[in-house]
Ligand binder design. Sequence first.
Ligand SMILES: Cc1cc2nc3c(=O)[nH]c(=O)nc-3n(C[C@H](O)[C@H](O)[C@H](O)COP(=O)(O)OP(=O)(O)OC[C@H]3O[C@@H](n4cnc5c(N)ncnc54)[C@H](O)[C@@H]3O)c2cc1C
Length: 300
Amino acid sequence: MRVEADLFVGAEGRVSRMREEMSTKTRRSDYNHHFLTVSFDRPETLDEATIISRGSRFLGLFPLPDHQVRTVFLIRPDEFKAMRREGLERFYQEYRELRPDLSGYVEGIRKWQEIQLMIPFRHNADRYCRDNIAILGDAAHNVHPMAGEGMNMAIQDADILGHLVSWSYEHGRPIDDTLSWYERVRQGRARFISELSHLSALAYSYDGDLVQRARSRVLQRIEQSDYLHFKYMLNISGLGEWPETLFDRFRQLGLLPAERSLSKAERLARRFRSREDYPWLSQADNLAAPGSTNGGVKDA
Ligand SMILES: Cc1cc2nc3c(=O)[nH]c(=O)nc-3n(C[C@H](O)[C@H](O)[C@H](O)COP(=O)(O)OP(=O)(O)OC[C@H]3O[C@@H](n4cnc5c(N)ncnc54)[C@H](O)[C@@H]3O)c2cc1C
């Protein structure tokens, strides 16, 4: 079958035929842990998202509507087979030890098939577009799920790409000449967030008393300091970029005092501006997208 279109968008998730079609190179990093994810009925006492980290164990609990809870449980890669051999009782036991009020609820899982094995990895494609093909979301970049940015990033890609495509049509510009603006705006931002989420993932990749205490301390300091909290949330949300410095690391560890709070104006000034999100709007006189070959005008 032959399909013709002005634009093809690959949004098929981690495994993307469109990405392959573009002959894109991706560098993949794997992690030293896997996750088991499963939903089941929750007790009334569990009404807030909760993360429990103890020794080598990590359990994320995310309440859902209809009295359900989505759970994410960290395991070593070799553990899944052993757990299955031992039976579901072993799985229940792990949950009950970390959160005793799940007793009587986690047993609602009756088969291993209800539990999904999730193998985290990260990649960032070296190109997000080629000719009239663009990829977005997990097809373009995949991050470790620990910091929960995957959906944000996919939505932000779609916003930028959608705006560019509408603008190109409105201004009679060929898509394949303007598309590289999309890559220019999104690729660096995705790489930045990918590094952040990688750092969060590493923090949970190793256990031991010292690591655990440092992790708790950093999280507490980020929560307590308005400055550190704003900076972290700004970066992780993808609404702005304000790289953390060595001084920030010392502040997070409590080795330096926390910075003062930021005013509303200071916070707003750190957000991406419209001209950074949609640079084509302010480049109306020079419509060639970066990397395009014919100055934005199609050959007759
Ligand atoms: C266990 C787990 C937990 C996560 N937790 C979070 C979280 O807390 N917060 C967060 O922000 N992100 C989280 N993520 C990541 C998030 O789910 C993804 O980053 C996000 O869904 C990416 O969106 P997407 O549209 O690019 O891809 P997807 O959501 O994967 O959607 C791709 C869609 O394309 C369809 N498709 C595939 N191939 C084709 C084809 N050939 N033709 C037509 N359709 C096709 C698929 O069926 C699918 O519906 C998590 C991921 C996992 C696996």
